[in-house]
Design a protein around this ligand. Sequence first.
Ligand SMILES: C[S@@+](CC[C@H](N)C(=O)[O-])C[C@H]1O[C@@H](n2cnc3c(N)ncnc32)[C@H](O)[C@@H]1O
Length: 307
Amino acid sequence: MEMCKIIGCATRRAMQMIRSRHGLTQESLEKKVCDQLLCLKTAYFDDSIDPDYTSDFARVGYLFRYVLTRAHIMKYALKEMEELSRVIQGDGGSGTCKICCLGGGPGSEILGIAKFIEDLSLPNTIHLEIVSLDKIEAWKNEFKIICAEIESDYRERYGSSQTKWPVTLRFACHSIDLLNVTDCDDLQGIPQQDIFIISYLISELWCGNGSRRDCFHRSFKKIVDCLSCGSYFLFIDRTEPKELQEYIKQLIRDSGLKQVTHKSKVDGRWDSNESKDLHLSDLVKAFGKPHMKWSAFFVLAKKLIPF
Ligand SMILES: C[S@@+](CC[C@H](N)C(=O)[O-])C[C@H]1O[C@@H](n2cnc3c(N)ncnc32)[C@H](O)[C@@H]1O
């Protein structure tokens, strides 16, 4: 699978949908997406501004510009963390892996995981059961589109029988504010997960005076307390500021999790075998290049049996 192809098709499909929803010309749609991309970029560089994903134009912009990089980062984490990669491959032999993304947005993580599994060329199919929890309900549109594009690519290349696919996807998206501890009461209905992925959520809590982090601390502890032992927690976020890394490690300790490993990578880049020009040229012309270089900090933790 070429992730560029998936994101190219997904972005075009999402644009088509919002173009007809808003009754816009292609030109005015592109202009609105460019405006929102500028707002997102500003927010990512300025911790006093909150990124706003409520607009259709902002989400489609994110889908094009940021999802590929995030998917590459996810794939990198799996390559580097053998223990995690074994869990993703359905460790116990069931071939099923249950994943919950906190602040899952459009599901960049799932694209990276699907690509990682496909590249392993396993003899069996891996069944991914995904739950995404995000405060923006509308992200489920982009999530659905990405999953549909992955499935359509598999159908094209492996045929219609899912037993021949590298991965099958079952997913659900729930709208939950992870800063609201009472919102997290409902999570008890979410069954045991093998892996929780918290990718670029913590950096979004950096805006303001720290009260958001305190709220998240309480919600996160509640989620951890509800689970039985064995679940893994993968945190992925930016490398700066250093306090962000310290916060994640403290969160892990305070929630009673055991840190398994951590890693930083500062000179990450996309795989060179992705044909960006082939699949994205029209979108690059409209919106500029997608993000290609990345730096990230990774921490893997696990809920162990208490002594
Ligand atoms: C930078 S995006 C990351 C999305 C995805 N995980 C990725 O790596 O591409 C941050 C996500 O966190 C979500 N988010 C921010 N604050 C949240 C909150 N209080 N509760 C739930 N989700 C939140 C945003 O809506 C957004 O989808």
